[in-house]
Design a protein around this ligand. Structure first.
Ligand SMILES: Cc1cc2nc3c(=O)[nH]c(=O)nc-3n(C[C@H](O)[C@H](O)[C@H](O)COP(=O)(O)OP(=O)(O)OC[C@H]3O[C@@H](n4cnc5c(N)ncnc54)[C@H](O)[C@@H]3O)c2cc1C
Length: 401
């Protein structure tokens, strides 16, 4: 006989946003269930930040988020701030530190964050069901006398709920349990979904560009990367397939197929000014040795011909310096593609925020249905911004469900 469960709130997805919403609602006295099809909850938290979870950023601002409606994220980010999450982390005695640019990481392991959320869920009596496959959602024509509005048919039985929260995340890393189910649910209830794409993702190069740079696989250097009117100054990393590293992941949020990207390999000084200094100091070094203070030698060996690398810096003509400057400051290339959802940290685009209340996160098309976290069309920069969005949207919905 199939099991039947009644809850005030059923949350689909036990990730960052779902767990945050779950304990917040349960702390208000709501009876809450979290359903996840994976065998464990919070898998992305565990793998995040290289196993240390970059759980927020000291500098949270709406300008760090992409969305067709850039105003949508403002209210939740204001109502549940990075300081609110930091306070939670401190109450649970989790050691953390700032790595760079305001990025806060666990000092020990990402598991500390998941354990904190699990312990909050346990404290307030949240029921968690893993290995639970959703079959379909049937909205009731009228709420029952107990206020129940939805029946979710699953592999573990029927779950009825007054409020149904979709916290199923994006499509990135399917091997970690990501599915597009949240977008299908939105479509079922007549809500829009904006164009979806892999984001915070490495670029793939093909042809001569891949052949030229793949021998640099593993080499990284500071660079300024420009695309589509945005620029980021951070390290880039040459990979076997193309380019990665923080600056590339950041710019991938803004890249669309066919767009060129522009890279400045010497973002902190102009080559012109370096040559002027070398001339003034009567620097007798070869170009490769003189530039080794600024760029990896291996990169220079691949980037420049042997004769150019070996040439003393004092022997370069102004015309040659201008040509070299172009090469170092204005490297343009067009990625063939990104590595796609297999390695992307997030999904750009999502459930259309015009169809969702920015205060409660309830659907404007279906009373009692809520969307939170990455499934929405809100995509953060690299640096703890995506988790802060998950905590903030999860918390705010948890106050209303
Ligand atoms: C490798 C990696 C590293 C990252 N590092 C960071 C970082 O350091 N800092 C940062 O801010 N962001 C990071 N991110 C992004 C961050 O993990 C996500 O933005 C965040 O987890 C989104 O939270 P969410 O709750 O919306 O979705 P998720 O955390 O993805 O949770 C969704 C949940 O829904 C479940 N689910 C999916 N489909 C179904 C279904 N059909 N039925 C039932 N359950 C379902 C999934 O199993 C999962 O448990 C990283 C992402 C990746 C992939």
């Amino acid at each position: 006989m199939s099991s039947e469960f009644d809850f005030d709130v059923v949350i689909l997805g036990g990730g960052a946003a779902g767990l945050m919403c779950a304990w917040t609602a349960a702390a208000r006295g709501r009876r809450v269930a979290v359903l996840d099809h994976a065998n464990k909850i919070g898998k992305k938290i565990l793998m995040s930040g290289g196993g240390r979870c970059n759980f927020t950023n000291l500098d949270i601002h709406p300008s760090h988020y992409l969305s067709a409606n850039p105003h949508f994220c403002k209210s939740a980010l204001k109502r549940f701030t990075q300081q609110d999450f930091i306070a939670l982390v401190e109450q649970h005695n989790i050691a953390y530190h700032e790595k760079s640019q305001g990025q806060l990481f666990c000092t020990h392991k990402a598991k500390d964050i998941l354990q904190m959320l699990e312990s909050l869920c346990a404290t307030y009596g949240v029921a968690i069901f893993t290995d639970c496959n959703l079959q379909n959602i049937v909205p009731h024509a009228q709420p029952t006398s107990a206020g129940l509005r939805f029946t979710c048919h699953t592999s573990l039985g029927r779950f009825q709920a007054a409020s149904l929260v979709v916290a199923t995340g994006g499509k990135s890393i399917p091997s970690m349990g990501a599915t597009g189910v949240g977008y299908e649910i939105a479509a079922q209830f007549g809500m829009g979904v904006t164009a979806l794409d892999a984001a915070l993702v490495p670029f793939v190069l093909t042809g001569p560009e891949q052949t030229a740079w793949q021998t640099l696989s593993g080499i990284s250097c500071l660079a300024e990367v420009n695309c589509n009117g945005k620029q980021f100054k951070d390290p880039i990393l040459f990979t076997h397939r193309g380019l990665s590293g923080p600056a590339i992941l950041q710019i991938s949020n803004y890249w669309h197929a066919g767009m060129p990207i522009h890279i400045n390999l010497l973002p902190n000084q102009t080559l012109m000014s370096l040559f002027a200094q070398w001339r003034q100091l009567n620097n007798k070094q070869s170009l490769k040795n003189a530039l080794a203070d600024y760029l990896p030698k291996r990169l220079l060996e691949v980037w420049l011909q042997d004769a150019v690398n070996a040439k003393p810096v004092l022997d370069f003509s102004n015309a040659e310096i201008t040509r070299l400057s172009e090469q170092f400051h204005h490297w343009s290339l067009t990625p063939a593609s990104t590595e796609g959802y297999r390695t992307a940290e997030v999904t750009r685009g999502g459930v259309d925020t015009n169809d969702v209340s920015s205060k409660t996160f309830e659907s404007k098309k279906q009373p009692g249905l809520y969307f939170i976290g990455e499934v929405l069309d809100v995509t953060g920069h690299l640096g703890g911004y995506n988790f802060q969005w998950a905590w903030a949207s999860g918390h705010c919905a948890g106050c209303y469900v």
